[in-house]
Design a protein. Structure first.
Length: 98
């Protein structure tokens, strides 16, 4: 994921739901990160699509989701990295897993 692709980085306490892309909730400021052991860092494009989501625990990235979208904004591909294991999931233009 190239840094040029995202336009904004925001921080969150958690996420809700089980569908991809994750829905990050309870946005917090960067200044409040010093008081937190765990938080989620989301990188968004100009259309507010989340391109990269990182779970940060004690300053280290514990897991990471990279998202790619169709031109219509529907999720096309999700690459999930956890414990050095990478899993890729593909979706059709209706957002259904294939």
């Amino acid at each position: 994921m190239n840094p040029e692709q995202y336009t904004e980085c925001r921080y969150f306490v958690s996420y809700s739901g089980i569908r991809l892309p994750l829905k990050l909730v309870n946005e917090i400021t960067e200044a409040s990160l010093t008081n937190r052991n765990t938080y989620y860092r989301g990188y968004f494009d100009a259309n507010d699509n989340m391109l990269l989501c990182q779970k940060v625990v004690y300053g280290e990235v514990e897991s990471e989701h990279q998202y790619h979208y169709y031109d219509n904004g529907v999720l096309k591909r999700a690459q999930i990295t956890e414990d050095d294991e990478v899993r890729i999931t593909y979706f059709n233009e209706l957002g259904e897993m294939v």
